[in-house]
Design a protein around this ligand. Structure first.
Ligand code: SAH
Ligand code: MG
Length: 198
């Protein structure tokens, strides 16, 4: 598996695939172990790098991961096979905003790492598939240091994307249902858990 992971890191650099930073995935793997997380849903597989590492965190970790890009989906399947993880990782080729998961599937961890401009939509849709003790982790909340700097950016795609991530952070901070902790790890992570219900 180690060799496949290294080959994926190389492939990601050569093909501009934005895989998670090492410190961030280390944080998530530790979280999975410490919280005895079993069922994981990932939105945004890319080539399977984070899915494979999450699945390898513990014996009982199972991952369902969603990817809408055909090439990346194929690459992900290939890598899952190479690591012999077909039984632990289920790769779904679809747009996560169009997918209809069965209502009785519930996850202990949902990892949001797909289109950064749609984070709020992913969160609102997929919180319905989160266990009462479950956690939603989101990656790239710093977006290469641009987040918090949108007012200094010229009008355009980058500015509007950064504004959306800033909007997502506000959404999390003011969320009536979830408590969120923000971590300055890698490209920025958030960890959201249900507020206690009275
Ligand atoms: N989690 C991966 C990196 C994911 S990069 C890792 O760390 O190894 C983000 C991926 O999300 C891209 O491959 C992109 O094609 C995919 N994506 C973006 N929007 C999506 C959507 N709505 N549904 C499914 N996949 C999406
Ligand atoms: Mg990411």
């Amino acid at each position: 598996m180690k060799e496949t992971i290294l080959a994926m890191e190389k492939y990601a650099i050569e093909n501009n695939v934005p895989i998670i930073e090492k410190k961030s995935i280390a944080f998530i793997m530790k979280y999975i172990k410490e919280h005895e997380i079993k069922n994981i849903l990932e939105i945004g597989s890319a080539i399977g790098y984070s899915a494979i590492l999450m699945a390898s965190s513990s014996q009982s970790a199972m991952v369902t991961t969603i990817e809408r890009d055909e090439n990346r989906y194929m690459e992900c399947l290939k890598n899952v096979k190479k690591c012999g993880m077909e039984k632990k990782i289920n790769v779904v080729y679809q747009d996560a905003l169009e997918l209809n998961l069965s209502e009785d599937l519930k996850y202990d961890l949902i990892f949001i790492d797909a289109a950064k401009g749609q984070y709020t939509k992913f969160f609102e849709k997929y919180k319905n598939f989160l266990n009462p003790n479950g956690t939603i982790i989101t990656d790239n909340l710093k977006f290469h240091g641009y987040v918090g700097q949108s007012s200094k950016l010229d009008k355009g795609n980058l500015k509007s994307l950064v504004e959306k991530i800033e909007g997502y952070i506000e959404f999390l901070k003011n969320n009536p249902e979830f408590d969120t902790k923000f971590y300055d790890i890698g490209d920025g992570l958030s960890v959201s858990t249900w507020k206690e219900k009275n």
